[in-house]
Design a protein around this ligand. Structure first.
Ligand code: 26Q
Length: 818
């Protein structure tokens, strides 16, 4: 079905000029003489936003009129980055706005730099949610993203003497043109309190959750426009506030000061995004955040469902909820509680609706990253939910008993409650039991999920586990971030690839064409010149755009092994010092990464790269053949500058540890070659681009497992390899940090005596692989051909393909044309 849509806005260049000036005047109270760059950016954004809002209203009317099934994407993180270019492209006014601005002596390139990144996420998981929203709208799928309106996003990173320093990310200081506050859809939820038994309206003596602290959720909506279609979905983010009555009560109890203090507690909930940090695990406020946004969102979904439907049985036909990891998994229990406690529905019926509604995506196999909450903490924050979890678990274990009578081991490993000194609630187990679908994010990851993490669950629920290999949106990660390559591609194969990335296969036939090769590499060179300028202005280092740009950009984590990269840099440096005539292609090593504030070893790796880099960059003897650059404050907008300029993409996690990776896809799509392990989506990237167009190194999952089983001794690798021993010792000495003796000792000791991620075991293979990279880079036509093949064969990794599979295989969701 479709709805009629006609725009009331003049899309012409003069029309848009007028619209921008009107916003400058009436929304910002500025005249053209005194307007700052930010004012112009705001006014232009508001102009684009008005076109998008028109389409949003039409879309919501169409979804309501057709009573369409919707998917709700629940996530603690949405790493949106900047929205300016995306909005212009999606509103279909990029060129018109460019011209309109030109006539006023401005340009989009300058204005877009005015925007703060919307950094409401840590990394891969949050950025995946943002790419999914883009694809959902582009595929005309009815969808709403639900999350938290954090006042502060992921911390801002600076370096002081090479050490990471964290600063608050006050992204809302000057406001944002993209969001619409909707106080009329505010909703109240409670936390804490106790469970009492009371008589319900049918005379049954039932448990009731009472005495909790009331919190108001106020929604902010960010329109999400599709590309090349009229659909505009939205992202709804909840801000926590103190409800009026509560303030008043507090005032009566303790006066003004007490009332303000109580208000602060309520407003703390949406104050700040938690960094993905070991030291932050198990924190009460994090559980409150999770429950707060999930409870608000479910009430919002109920309101929308009740407008168009009568029977609760129809709920799963109209509502699918995707859980982005276990972070929002408490939604399973809250929906059960709403049906059973609040609406008096029988347990069996309520549970049956719940388990037809939820689907869960797992993003990690690392045991230390699986969410657990202690039972006493749960008892304090969500006492009724804890009771319900015990009841869910009792019934679940009865099913286990029915299937495997007397098997106590099975009951122990399948239980939602982990028994121990303190009992723990395993959120992953709750998610598997409460969902009809559990998916991994790459083929290898899903295989390991079934075979290693949840083998007993896979046996108990055959068919529940499935794979959905991640993807990225080609609108942001090619069209917007790499205009030169986009133009070249469209010139060669026409447009259309933006909505159908498989069309890039059309480039394959030109991979051997010398003219196309030089055009393709000229684009890469121009992008490298741009990045070199950014490097110069950001950190004052001059780099040669003709050098090989070797890029590792991602969160800093031991399993991602930035320190393996560093060991190789030191080996190269040493080879050059010992053999000054060594013939290697000049290289610029580019890092960008944030370490979690409490992750000491990760911060030590940052310091090590910075200190080694400073030393190498200043060494005249190597004649600029090596440069090491660490760009501070990695974020989406910086990634958009680095990705188009990369020659080589470092994807070197310990096999079996990186669930998928998505940076690997962004870089390969933009013509960077991958050096990587057979981990995550690298396996599928190799399948697509062909093994002749990728540099695979390191141990396989099977080899890693075998080595760990036999007993890994990093010291043996250290002793057996002269070069490896030299570079590890070099880091551990005070050579690179004379002013801070001992500061890199923990890194060096960790490698020799512990090395949980097998860095030393993979060193030689990695170093050998880099020799092949060097040879390939010197052969210019060969490198060009390989780079073109990478771009041409990355179609599979469009998030449109991923979302198409979620929609048909999990959500059973149909598009609605607007
Ligand atoms: C947990 C507890 C307390 C505070 C924070 C957290 C927390 C926050 C974020 C735990 C994990 C995350 C993020 C995980 C993440 O980004 N995982 C990545 O997801 C990508 C998308 O599927 C994959 O491509 C990556 O392989 C995976 O590491």
């Amino acid at each position: 079905e479709s709805a009629q849509f006609t725009s009331a806005i003049d899309h012409s260049v003069p029309g848009l000029k007028k619209l921008i000036k009107n916003h400058l005047k009436f929304s910002l109270a500025r005249d053209t003489q005194t307007a700052s760059r930010r004012d112009w950016w705001l006014a232009t954004s508001k102009a684009a936003q008005s076109l998008i809002i028109e389409r949003m209203i039409a879309t919501q009317t169409a979804h309501h009129r057709t009573n369409a099934k919707r998917v709700y994407y629940f996530s603690l993180e949405f790493l949106m980055g900047r929205l300016f270019s995306n909005s212009l492209y999606s509103a279909g006014i990029f060129d018109e706005i460019e011209l309109a601005l030109q006539e006023m002596g401005l340009d989009t390139e300058t204005l877009r730099k005015e925007e703060y990144d919307m950094a409401l996420g840590n990394g891969g998981l949050g950025r995946l949610a943002a790419c999914f929203l883009d694809s959902l709208a582009t595929l005309d799928l009815p969808a709403v993203g639900y999350g938290i309106h954090y006042q502060y996003g992921l911390f801002k990173q600076e370096f002081r003497n090479g050490h990471q320093v964290e600063l608050p990310d006050a992204w809302l200081t000057y406001g944002t043109p993209w969001e619409i506050v909707r106080p009329e859809h505010s909703t109240e939820v409670q936390v804490f309190g106790q469970v009492e038994n009371v008589f319900d309206d049918r005379g049954n003596y039932v448990p009731r959750w009472t005495g909790g602290k009331k919190i108001l959720g106020v929604p902010y909506d960010i329109p999400i426009p599709g590309f090349g279609t009229n659909t505009v979905n939205f992202l709804r983010l909840w801000e926590s506030r103190a409800p009026e009555e509560f303030d008043f009560e507090a005032f009566n109890r303790g006066g003004y000061g007490e009332a303000v203090r109580e208000k602060n507690v309520s407003e703390t909930i949406s104050k700040v995004l938690y960094p993905n940090d070991k030291t932050e695990s198990g924190k009460e406020l994090r559980l409150v955040q999770q429950y707060f946004f999930v409870a608000c969102s479910l009430r919002d979904i109920f309101r929308r469902f009740r407008k168009d439907n009568e029977a609760w049985e129809d709920f799963p036909e109209k509502v699918a909820i995707q859980l982005n990891d276990t972070h929002p998994a408490i939604a399973i229990v809250e929906l059960l509680r709403l049906f059973h406690d609040e609406y008096g529905m029988a347990w069996e019926k309520a549970w049956s609706i719940v388990t037809k509604t939820f689907a869960y995506t797992n993003h990690t196999l690392l045991p230390e990253a699986l969410e657990k909450w202690s039972v006493p903490l749960f008892q304090k924050v969500l006492p009724r939910h804890l009771q319900l979890i015990f009841e869910i678990n009792k019934r679940h274990l009865e099913q286990v008993e029915a299937k495997w009578p007397g098997d106590v081991h099975r009951k122990r490993v399948l239980s939602i409650i982990e028994e121990g000194h303190v009992q723990m609630v395993r959120m992953a187990h709750l998610s598997v039991v409460g969902s009809f679908s559990v998916n991994g994010v790459a083929a290898l990851h899903t295989q390991l999920l079934k075979a290693e993490l949840f083998p007993e669950f896979d046996e108990m629920f055959p068919g529940k586990f499935n794979n959905k290999t991640n993807g990225i949106t080609p609108r942001r990660w090619l069209l917007a971030c790499n205009p030169r390559l986009s133009t070249l591609i469209s010139k060669k194969i026409g447009t259309g690839w933006e909505r159908d990335l498989d069309k890039l296969r059309g480039l394959e036939q030109y991979a051997n064409d010398p003219d196309f090769q030089s055009e393709f590499m000229a684009v890469k060179h121009a992008n490298k010149v741009d990045l070199a300028r950014i490097i110069k202005t950001q950190i004052g280092i001059s780099v040669n755009p003709a050098a090989l740009f070797d890029v590792q950009i991602k969160r800093l984590h031991e399993y991602k092994r930035q320190h393996l990269n560093l060991l190789h840099i030191l080996a190269l440096y040493r080879r050059l010092l010992q053999n000054p005539d060594l013939d290697i292609a000049p290289r610029v090593f580019i890092f960008s990464a944030k370490a979690a504030p409490g992750y000491d070893l990760a911060k030590c790796i940052i310091k090590a790269i910075n200190s080694v880099g400073t030393h190498i960059n200043a060494d005249k003897r190597i004649n600029d053949r090596l440069k090491v650059v660490f760009l501070p404050n990695y974020r989406v907008s910086l990634a958009q500058r680095i990705v188009p300029a990369a020659d080589l993409s470092e994807q070197i996690s310990t096999a079996g540890k990186e669930a998928s990776g998505t940076g690997n896809m962004k870089l390969a799509l933009n013509g960077a070659l991958t050096i990587g392990t057979l981990d995550g989506a690298n396996v599928e990237i190799r399948e697509e681009v062909g093994e002749e167009n990728i540099f695979i190194c390191g141990m396989t999952v099977e080899e890693v497992t075998a080595l760990v089983k036999k007993g890994y001794r990093p010291h043996d690798f250290y002793m057996a390899n002269e070069e490896l021993r030299a570079v590890v010792d070099w880091i551990g000495s005070n050579y690179f940090t004379p002013d801070e003796p001992g500061c890199l000792r923990m890194l060096c000791d960790n490698l020799i005596y512990n090395d949980p991620f097998l860095v030393l075991a993979d060193f030689q293979s990695y170093s050998d692989s880099h020799k092949l990279v060097d040879a390939a880079f010197k052969d210019k036509p060969r490198w060009a051909k390989m780079a073109i093949m990478n771009t041409a064969r990355m179609g599979k990794f469009s998030s449109d393909r991923t979302i198409g599979q979620y929609a048909s295989e999990i959500w059973k969701l149909d598009p609605v044309k607007v």
